[in-house]
Design a protein around this ligand. Sequence first.
Ligand code: S3P
Length: 181
Amino acid sequence: MSRPAPGRPGHVVLVGMMGVGKTTVGRRIAAALDRPFADSDAVIEARTGRTVREIFEDDGEPAFREIEAEVLAEAIDAGEPAVIAAAGGVVLDPRNRELLTRAGTVVWLRAPVEVLVGRVTRGDHRPLLADDPGGTLHRMEEDRTALYAEVADAVVDSSQPPDAVVDAVLSVVREREAVSA
Ligand code: S3P
């Protein structure tokens, strides 16, 4: 379980598969809580001046995962409590999973692969889905379900309408932060 320092809210970190709504929901949670918002892919793109796809294609996935781990560590080490949308693959690295256990409140947004397939686009930040989005998402889910479960303090069904997802995440955060205050 992640545990914020007593008397002070930790970060709110959203984890889960591609297409589950981490960025959209994260922005709304940040606005509702009046905290800064960071999306790990967007931070990587701003920092490197390259798209996620370019980094995968030019340098390979391991290089991308190294930058991702640095960005996540910096976001979590930042003093001010923030809302962080952590890209789907962050749970693959045990160093990231360790960091997440002391990040604050980690919420796993979860939806069936059939729902995700309808939402993901072949945009610049999802090169892994190029050929067979459905099959790839199914394989990823098999590989990652136990990892999301390992880091999560709560699970929210993100196949619900967005307002319901936001409300559910906010009630998890308020409950945990009330207990830790
Ligand atoms: C990935 C998820 C993507 C992006 C990259 C790899 C993954 O982010 O980091 O395409 O391995 O799950 P989102 O989860 O924000 O789509």
